[in-house]
Each structure stands twice: as C-alpha cells, then as structure tokens.
Design a protein around this ligand. Structure first.
Ligand code: 4AD
Ligand code: MG
Length: 438
C-alpha cells in the first residue's frame, strides 16, 4: 500500500478535508445520532474532531441499518465512506457511509449525556467526561502548550534534565510537603526541581526540567492543585534582567503557537482567539513596593512585607491586557534561595508573572544566591536542616556563578489560555485536597 493509500485508509476526522471525493476509513465512537427511518445521521468522534456520517438503508441493508439505528452513544465503530464537502454539515464535511463495522456496542445510559451536569458529578466521571468536545479541546491545548515549552527552550539551547520526584528536603517551604515513608526514613514528593537544576547548569549551562510538582496546599481555591505540572528553566550566568526577557519570550511563543495550531479548540472552549492576540514583549513591570502603594490607594488592606493573596494579584493584573511582572519582593515573603537586591537588600531579585483576567501567578522566578555564607545563613534563618542542603551549598564552593531560573505552572497557563473557571479542568485527572479519584 502506498503512503497516500495508507493515509486515506487510516485517516482521521481532522484530515478529511484532504480527501474530498475519496473513500476513507474512520475509527471512533458514536457521539450522537438521528434517524429518519431510511437515513441515519451518525455523529462520529475520533479524538481529533467530530464529523457527520450519513448512512442509508439502501446501502447498508436492513439488518445492519437496524443494528446501527439501535446503537447507544459511545459505541465504537469503524466507518468506511465517501467524503463530501457540505457547508451545511457541522465542520463543513460529511461522510456518505458505504460500510460500517461495529467494534463494541456501548451499554445504554452513558452517564454523561448532552444535558447539563453538576461539577461534582462530572469530576466523579472525569474518565468519561474528557471525551466531550470542550474537555478534549482543553487537553489538546494543554498538549500544545507543553510541546511549545519544549520546542522554545530546545531552540534556545536548553537541555532537558529530569529532576527527582522523591526528595529528602524542601524547596518551597516546609508547610506544603507531602511526606512518604522511605525505607526507614522520610522522603518528600518534590515541590520543584529547581535545586537539582542549579546543580545541572554547572554541568550543562542551560537546562530545564519538566514534570509534576506536589504541594500539600491547605488552600481549597480554584487556583491550587496538590499535583500540578511545571516547566523550570535555569541558566548559569543568567542575570535577573535576562530572566525576565526569557519569561516574556516563552509566554509569547506559547500563545502564538496555540493561536496558530489550536484556534479551532480555542473556539470550542469558548475563548475568542482575538483575546490572546497582541501578547508580545515587553510585558509591563512594577516593583512590589509600587504595587503595595497602588493597592493602598485602592483601600486594599496590605502592609509592606505581606505576600499577595489572590484578590491583590487579580486587582494588579487587571490593569493590563498583557501579563504583569511584579518584581523585588521583600525577602521575608519569599523562598530562602533568592538573591538580595544590592540596592535594597531587604528585597530580592525575584519576579512573579501575573496573568490578566484574574488567573494570578503563572510564573515564579528569581536570581539565586551565589554566595556560600549568605545561602547558609538563609537556610538557617528558614529553620531548614542544613545537613540536607550540603550538596546544594557545595555548588557555591566550586565555581559559583550568578544564575537565575523560573517555574511556569502549566495548569495556570492553560486555565488562562482557555478562560477556565477552575484549574481542575486544565489537567487530565485533577488532584486537590478533596479529590484523589478517579
Ligand atoms: O512560585 P513557585 O512556588 O516557584 C517554584 O516552585 C520555583 N522553585 C520555580 C523555579 O524557580 N524553578 O511555583 C511556580 C509556579 C507558580 O507560578 C504557579 O504557576 C505554579 O507553579 N504553582 C501551582 N500550580 C497549581 N497548583 C499549585 N498548588 C501551585 N503552586 C505553584
Ligand atoms: Mg510563587
């Protein structure tokens, strides 16, 4: 069989436009159907899209037609037929069925019907819910976002390293650690691969890790998951200023990629692609101190030194269409490893990138402390067990360099892009403090 024949034979809904007036074979599931006695309109979904297939009794014969007519939603099918362009059909194409194989008949009463369901019901049936067009589109966009992260960083000379998930110590504060027994001692699920990235850059220059991160967040908000995915670039010799430029460029690349490749999916999830157009560097910036002044002017209760909560972030970011950098946070509101600002050492060379439209912090990043004595002091001030950080301190003994990095939360990015109410729809199987299943 030639390549072309093979493609026709095993094509997908997303590619039928290439095969107008040709015979194709599609494999998928029955999403919906209508019957007029002699004609059946089968809506087939195959993971790449949805298409209407028209079957007639005259072609299929009485017996197969009757079986098809009685099929339940989600029955799996292999349909062979002739592709026709038809502007009235959903998607603009239609398949005139010449033959059909029923792979498995679905049981009646598929739990997810076309009517409305409550969020808890849908989350309990997440394993089936992901089949619906909106959820499928979100997951396709998520995949595009993850691929864009890798493509961009690879193109900039970053190497992907895999940081461990089982770790002996904290990266982002001890209050959100998941503990697990580990052969007679305690281990923790990784909060971030950053500390390992810092070791890897001294070997490879520019690296990123990409994997799940775990936080036993006590907060039950729409912005927090207990398991989320993060891409974390880190580079030796990268200054704070260069860090912000890398962040802007990565975010812009991701948005452009989704607009280019997933505009159909954006429309399916109800996001007008034009909302995301024009997101390009430079992104607006403000210091933490300026942000506090601004919040005070708006009569928001905040004192210099407090970390921002969701309402603060939403208010600040609502001033702009593009994401907003808030920089130079007070050292005491942030993690132990951040480099102090030489101009004002009670603040650190850190930036949070706040997404517009109330999506909050999508990136947290900073320059890292490169001085051995200061880093050790910070570890002690944060009451962390210094012994567990000796290897990390070693990096400051043997050729320390200025270096910086950041972490981009994939679910927050996807939630913003797709305009979702809650992070739990931005991940295939969400984990929150109240949800471990399915
Ligand atoms: O600001 P965070 O905690 O930074 C770090 O973990 C750094 N060590 C990263 C680094 O510099 N390499 O987290 C980074 C991002 C946040 O901006 C947010 O997008 C996401 O990770 N994030 C969460 N996403 C979902 N649920 C949670 N509980 C999250 N916590 C952080
Ligand atoms: Mg943060």
């Amino acid at each position: 069989m030639s390549e072309m024949d093979k493609e026709i034979w095993d094509t997908t809904v997303s590619k039928v436009s290439r095969h107008v007036e040709q015979e194709v074979r599609l494999k998928g599931w029955l999403y919906n159907k209508r019957s007029s006695g002699k004609i059946l309109f089968l809506i087939l979904r195959d993971g790449t899209g949805i298409i209407q297939c028209v079957a007639s009794k005259a072609v299929l014969g009485d017996e197969l037609f009757a079986r098809m007519d009685g099929l339940n939603q989600e029955s799996s099918l292999i349909i062979q037929g002739h592709v026709r362009k038809d502007d009235r059909a959903p998607g603009g194409y239609e398949v005139q069925v010449t033959s059909c194989e029923i792979v498995a008949e679905a049981l009646p009463e598929y739990p997810i019907t076309l009517k409305e369901h409550g969020p808890d019901f849908l989350l309990d049936h997440r394993h089936l819910w992901i089949r619906t067009p909106t959820q499928r589109s979100i997951l396709a966009i998520r995949s595009e976002v993850m691929r864009a992260c890798r493509d961009y960083l690879d193109s900039q000379g970053f190497l992907e390293v895999s940081a461990p998930i089982l770790t002996p110590s904290a990266c982002e504060g001890t209050s959100t650690l998941f503990e697990t027994p580990y052969f007679g001692e305690k281990a923790y699920l990784s909060q971030s691969g950053q500390l390992y990235n810092e070791a890897a850059i001294m070997a490879l220059g520019k690296v990123y890790c990409f994997g799940p991160a775990f936080r036993a967040e006590k907060s039950k908000t729409r912005r927090h998951l207990t398991e989320f995915w993060m891409v974390e670039p880190e580079a030796a010799f990268m200054t704070f200023e260069e860090l912000l430029v890398l962040e802007e460029n990565l975010i812009t690349y991701i948005i452009d990629r989704v607009l280019d490749k997933r505009s159909e999916e954006l429309k399916t999830v109800g996001r007008d692609p034009s909302d995301l157009e024009g997101i390009a560097p430079p992104f607006p910036r403000m210091t933490y101190s300026q942000a506090v002044e601004l919040l005070k002017k708006e009569n928001v209760e905040i004192e210099w030194g407090d970390d921002f909560g969701a309402p603060h972030e939403t208010m600040l970011a609502s001033l702009h269409r593009k994401p907003l950098f808030v920089t130079h946070y007070p050292a005491k509101a942030k993690a132990f490893y951040m480099e102090p600002d030489p101009e004002r050492p009670e603040t650190v060379l850190a930036a949070d990138l706040l997404a517009p439209e109330g999506y909050g912090e999508i990136i947290g990043g900073s320059q890292r402390i490169s001085d051995y004595a200061l880093l050790k002091q910070r570890i002690e001030e944060h009451r962390l067990p210094v012994d567990e950080y000796n290897w990390y301190l070693d990096l400051r003994k043997y050729g320390a360099v200025p270096h910086s990095g950041f972490g981009l939360g994939i679910e927050r990015m996807v939630a913003w892009i797709c305009h979702l109410d809650h992070l739990r729809e931005a991940v295939p199987f969400p984990r929150t403090i109240t949800r471990l299943r399915p």
